[in-house]
Every structure is written in C-alpha cells, then in structure tokens.
Ligand binder design. Structure first.
Ligand code: UD1
Ligand code: CA
Length: 459
C-alpha cells in the first residue's frame, strides 16, 4: 500500500507574501496542487498534508481530496511527520515530500516507490556544483549513506560535499513510525530533523539507500520568488517540449504558457502570448492566435481563435472566433459558428452554423441553428434584480442594433427588424418591428447645414 506525507506547515518568509507559500501558482496551479495531482496519478492511497502556517488557505484549496495533520508550532521536518497519526499501523511504503517542490514528476515518484521495495528507506539525492544551504549526504567508505548533515551543522569538510539531500524520501511505513520518536532536537537549530532518521535506521541495521536524481531542477525547492520563476520556467519547458513531440506547433514556446492539466491535439498551432489555464482541452488542427486566454475551456477540431478570452466554456469544431470575443460561464458554441469582434457571451448556447460577428452581447440565452445576429444586438437579461432568459429559435434573423428584453422567445425563421427594442415574444415566421416611423423633410438638410456654417462664421 502506498501512502504519502506532504510537508506544508512552514512559513515561507522569503516569499514576502500574504499567500501561503505552497499556494503560489506555477503555470496557474498552486504548487501543492501539482504535488497532490501527481501523487494521485500513481495510485497513492492516503495523502496526508501537514499544515500549519495559513492552513486555512491550503485546506480551502485541497478540500477533502487529501487528509490533514496540523503542526503547531513548527519544530522541524521530523516534528512535522510526528504529527501524522492516520498512517500509524499501516503497511507498505510512505513517500515524504514537500509542498514547495512543485516540479517532481509522477515518473520520479514512481521510481522512488519501486526503489524502496529493496530497502527500509530511500533518500533522493542530487549532485550540485554549488550545494548552497542544502543538507549534505555523508557516505561511508563502501558508498553507503551514513547520515545527512544540515548546512548549519556541517564541518568545513562536510560543507565541501556536493551530494545533497533533496528532502524527498520513501520509507517503509511501519519502520518510519516505529523509529520516528527517536529523533531529538539536539542540533544547531534546536529542531527535530527528519534527516536524523538515516542515522537512526543505520544504527538499527536497517538499510538506507541513496537514489540520485538525474535532473536536479526537477527537485528544486521554492523558497523565494526567484525560485518560483525558475520552477515555472522549468515546468513550461517540460510541458511545451512534450506537446512539441506530440504534434503541436509553437511559434515561440518561451511565450506560450500551458497548464499541466491541459491537452492539445495534433496539428494545432499555438502563437505567442497564448495562455491555457486550468483544465483546457484543444482538439486537432486548431489555430490559436496571439493574446488568447483560455481557462477551463474545451475547444473542438479545426477551430480558429484570435485574441479571445474563454472561461469555463465549450467551443466545438470549425468555429471562427474573434478577434476579441469573450465567452464565459458555461457557454456552448456548436460547430461551424462565426463569433466575431467584440462579442460577449455569457451562459449562452449557440446552435450549429450561426453568425454573431460584431459588437454583440448574448447572455443567459438559448440560440438555435443558423441564426444570424446583426451588429450591436443586446440580450437585455437583467432587470436590476433578476436575470432572465432569451430563446432564439432556428433560422431567426436578428437585425442590427436590436434589444431583446428577456424573458423573450423569438420563433423559428422569425425576423426582428434593425433598431427594434422587443419586449414581447415573436412567433415562428413573424417579423417584429418596433421603432418610430421615419419621416423625410425636403430641403431641411441643406437648411440645417447652412445654418451651421453661419454659426461658425459668427461664433
Ligand atoms: C530540508 C532538509 C535538508 C534538505 C532540504 C531540501 C531537514 C532537517 N533538512 O531543509 O536536508 O537539503 O530540506 O530542500 O529536513 N516544514 C514543515 N514543518 C516544519 C519545518 C518544515 O512542514 O516544522 C516544511 C516546510 O513547509 C517545507 C519543508 O518542510 O515545505 C522543508 O522545510 P525547510 O525549512 O525549507 O527545510 P530546509 O531547511 O530547506
Ligand atoms: Ca527549503
């Protein structure tokens, strides 16, 4: 049985932020979210997140997708693990990692689990040219890992060691909780160091092994915003390279930001300044032009999107969107639609092969197939208190500058004449026209113009 403990109780002072450190986003997703999602991908049964500082923020985000243990006050990484009660008495392996180490992949997690089947404890280590403040890995003459010495407790000789502790471990669950309480706080920082477990295991004759990681950046922790940026750049490279090798064209991958949970089909082209956030899916053969921002959007195949913002909405196949359209709150746009410049749609469904090309607001609406909107149509959905629904049936033609005061239904193949403010239903095949009749006054135009000229001379 696989379990995991994610440490996330520390303060993160160097972020200089009112936001909990582990809640800072990397490619639009909080760091701790990356860790938890990847753990779930490799069938980890119980995930216990140790919270302390700003626990409320972490719990509000992860909700009941994980279990929690509270560490208050924070007396070190060993003390953090001591707070976990729910895994005591369980079998199998426990992976211990940090909420502020967002780049670790599910493949690496899997590797440590597998590695630990032959030993009591596995420590993920890395070789660094500049080992900075990391804990140093001390090996004996046979190359076995003897102990980890924290930076502040190192002798000058130990400081020269380049192999460091990433802080990621896998331990046999029963042995972890059997020996955890042997950790004391007799060290430079008066903290309970989880790293002491290595010496303790060795003293009981339990085998501890080091597993060196290939890419050091994958396991880099985030302590400040410079680290946060580095983590984001690294993850962006990894994600974009993945899509590059899976049939997606990028004009400039350094300027394209794709969340870890997004998916893109073959032969789709992404221009710079495109952001895919949350769980966004794009089909095959799409072209996504610059300044497009998609959040939890589902896009079909062969759709073109030019400088649009789409949130929590679905756009199907062969749709031509933008430039500058805004779709939000559960819109569904069926195949072959054209939605153009400065169109806003909110909570609206648009049937097959309709046109809505210019300067239009469609909110709380159910629109059928082959409907044409002129320029400047407004569904007047809000009366100051409540929102009301507009229904437009197949084949209807809505002229330019029309207001449809909801609740209202425009029937099949009905026509609403330009400039109409409609507040009554329009039946199938009917034409609605509601505007004052035009009157033309001969000569008045010229007279008006001449008067204006006079005014200019004397004024
Ligand atoms: C720790 C390791 C060090 C390793 C480094 C890798 C120990 C004693 N040292 O040092 O060997 O090289 O990580 O990054 O383990 N946390 C708690 N409660 C606490 C203290 C920390 O939840 O009481 C959490 C923090 O929120 C953080 C993580 O544990 O996510 C690491 O804590 P941090 O203080 O950054 O450890 P380091 O000093 O970096
Ligand atoms: Ca750290």
């Amino acid at each position: 049985m696989r379990n995991a403990i994610v440490l996330a109780a520390g303060k993160g002072t160097r972020m200089k932020s009112s936001l909990s450190k582990v809640m800072h986003p990397v490619l639009s997703k909080p760091m701790i979210g990356h860790v938890v999602t990847n753990l779930k991908k490799i069938d980890v049964e119980d995930i216990v997140v140790v919270v302390g500082h700003q626990a409320d923020q972490v719990q509000a985000y992860l909700k009941d997708s994980v279990q929690y243990a509270t560490q208050m006050p924070q007396l070190g990484t060993g003390h953090a693990v001591m707070q976990v009660q729910s895994l005591r008495g369980k079998e199998g392996e426990t992976l211990i990692l940090y909420g502020d180490c967002p780049c670790i992949s599910e493949q690496t997690m899997e590797k440590i689990f597998i590695h630990n089947s032959d030993c009591a404890m596995t420590v993920l280590t890395a070789e660094l040219d500049d080992p900075q403040k990391y804990g140093r890995v001390v090996r004996d003459e046979n190359g076995n890992i003897e102990k980890i010495v924290e930076f502040k407790d190192c002798t000058p000789r130990q400081l020269a060691i380049k192999e460091i502790n990433t802080g990621i471990y896998c331990v046999k669950t029963d042995l972890l909780f059997k020996h955890l309480d042997e950790i004391t706080n007799e060290n430079a920082q008066n903290e309970y160091y989880l790293t002491d477990l290595i010496e303790i295991f060795n003293s009981h004759g339990l085998s501890v092994q080091a597993l060196p990681v290939q890419d050091v950046d994958e396991v880099a922790g985030v302590n400040d915003r410079i680290d946060l940026l580095a983590a984001q750049r690294w993850m962006q490279k990894r994600i974009n390279r993945y899509w590059l090798t899976n049939g997606v064209t990028f004009i400039d991958p350094d300027l394209t930001f794709i969340s870890a949970d997004s998916e893109i089909g073959e032969d789709t082209i992404l221009y710079p300044n495109v952001y895919l956030e949350g769980k966004t899916t794009i089909g095959t053969g799409c072209t996504i032009l610059p300044q497009t921002f998609l959040v939890n959007a589902t896009i079909g195949n062969n759709t073109k999107i030019d400088a649009c913002r789409i949130t929590d909405s679905i756009v199907k196949d062969n749709v031509n969107l933008g430039p500058f359209a805004h779709l939000r709150m559960n819109c569904v746009v069926e195949d072959n639609n054209r939605i153009g410049n400065f169109v806003e749609m909110k909570n609206a469904t648009i049937g097959f092969d309709s046109r809505c090309a210019h300067l239009t607001y469609v909110g709380d609406a159910e629109v059928g197939a082959k409907v044409n909107f002129g320029c400047g149509v407004v569904t007047v959905n809000y009366d100051g208190k409540n929102k009301h629904k507009t229904i437009i049936k197949d084949g209807a033609f809505i002229g330019s500058n029309v207001n449809l005061i909801a609740p209202i239904t425009v029937g099949e193949n009905a026509v609403v004449a330009a400039g109409t403010t409609a507040n009554k239903d329009v039946g199938d095949g009917e034409m609605a026209i509601a505007r004052t009749r035009q009157e033309n006054k001969p000569g008045y135009g010229l007279k008006y113009k001449n008067k204006k000229k006079e005014g200019e001379h004397h004024g």
